[in-house]
Ligand binder design. Structure first.
Ligand code: TYM
Length: 335
């Protein structure tokens, strides 16, 4: 079986973009692959955060994976910081990664701009930690949203550089080059308030996104308020109407209908008729997830059990990779 690994940062609430860009696709493909799903808490500390809240959000994120349909019996669900090899491989890879590869990272440049003077080394190094996440498990496929594509390409470059520098003749290659898996629809959901910027956890306004734990009243309010226009009809194709395309995409994903079906149904609608329809579709899609989530989040013992087992299984694979990497890099083995 091919291997899959992916992860979400435990920062704030997860939103529809995280869900349709990533988690939903993990759920749909998890039985086809040997799957590793990680709550990347060490990535979450690369921006200012509240130490008191980190563990709570980490549990929440894990509970959402499960509530969304990740099967803990077949997939390995774990917390990144529980497997220390992530940090260890990051250091080893740091020492073969050119600074200028990281300076090119779009997400770093965007986040650094926001941070001003306070850009930490960790934020700069974030993509190497992410490469370590992926390379530790000899991952073939990484299901992510569009915004992570550049990071996966970097992971490929780092793997190739390691193999070329230290293990030119090793077959199979010591580190496997991963491929991103990015869906056609939903890989880049946009803000509800501005169809030209990405739906994001860090946007100031909570009305820019639908969080997976928003209750029906709030969802209704957010859709009522979201940005639209007063042109006639609804279409995916007008580049001047990115908000319309985004809302149609959300409707399509929540109902499971095809694009053609959505066009046939909605092309002649105005927002007055479409918005209630969209609201219901979102509520209906999220409500079973929320129901399960509300039960799981109260069952700390069960979550601990899942995460402990997941970490143990992950560690086995991760430790083998680190040991190979260190061997090729020339380290002595401790007795
Ligand atoms: P994060 O936590 O920002 O986002 C988690 C996943 O959600 C996707 N995503 C979106 N998809 C569609 N539309 C959006 N508006 C949207 N916003 C976010 C992201 O592409 C991602 O798939 N660096 C990663 C986490 C990470 C990781 C990894 C992922 C760390 N190690 C190893 C894969 C493999 C991140 O910050 O994602």
């Amino acid at each position: 079986k091919l291997r899959v690994l992916s992860g979400v940062q435990p920062t704030g609430s997860l939103h529809l973009g995280n869900y349709f860009g990533a988690i939903r696709n993990w759920v749909l493909t998890q039985h086809q692959y040997e799957s590793f799903f990680c709550v990347v808490d060490m990535h979450a500390i690369t921006m200012p955060y509240k130490a008191k809240e980190l563990s709570e959000v980490t549990y929440k994120t894990a509970a959402l994976y499960l509530a969304a349909g990740i099967d803990a019996n077949t997939s390995k669900v774990f917390v990144q910081s529980h497997v220390k090899e992530h940090a260890e491989l990051t250091w080893l890879l740091n020492c073969i990664t050119p600074m200028n590869w990281l300076e090119r990272m779009i997400q770093y440049k965007e986040k650094a701009r926001k941070q001003g003077e306070n850009v930490g080394v960790g934020l700069f190094d974030y993509p190497v930690l992410m490469a370590a996440d992926v390379l530790l498990y000899q991952t073939d496929v990484v299901p992510v949203g569009e915004d992570q594509k550049q990071h996966i390409e970097l992971a490929r470059d780092i793997a190739r550089r390691f193999n070329d520098q230290f293990a030119k003749r090793a077959r199979p290659r010591v580190l496997r080059e991963p491929n991103p898996l990015i869906q056609k629809d939903g890989a880049r959901l946009m803000s509800l308030e501005d169809g030209t910027s990405k739906m994001s956890k860090s946007a100031e306004s909570d009305f820019s996104r639908i969080n997976l734990d928003d209750d029906p009243k709030l969802i209704e309010k957010k859709i009522k308020r979201c940005k639209t226009d007063s042109l006639k009809g609804l279409t995916y194709d007008d580049p001047n109407r990115p908000e319309v395309r985004n809302l149609l995409t959300i409707y399509q994903l929540c109902t499971g209908k095809s694009k053609e079906e959505v066009i046939a149904e909605c092309a002649d609608m105005n927002f007055g008729t479409f918005k209630p329809l969209l609201t219901d579709a979102i509520i209906e899609h999220l409500s079973p997830i929320q129901k399960t989530y509300n039960e799981l989040i109260l069952d700390r013992a069960y979550l601990d059990e899942v995460l402990t087992k997941g970490a143990a299984e992950a560690r086995e694979v991760a430790a083998a990779t680190v040991s190979e990497v260190k061997k090729y890099m020339g380290f002595t083995q401790p007795l």
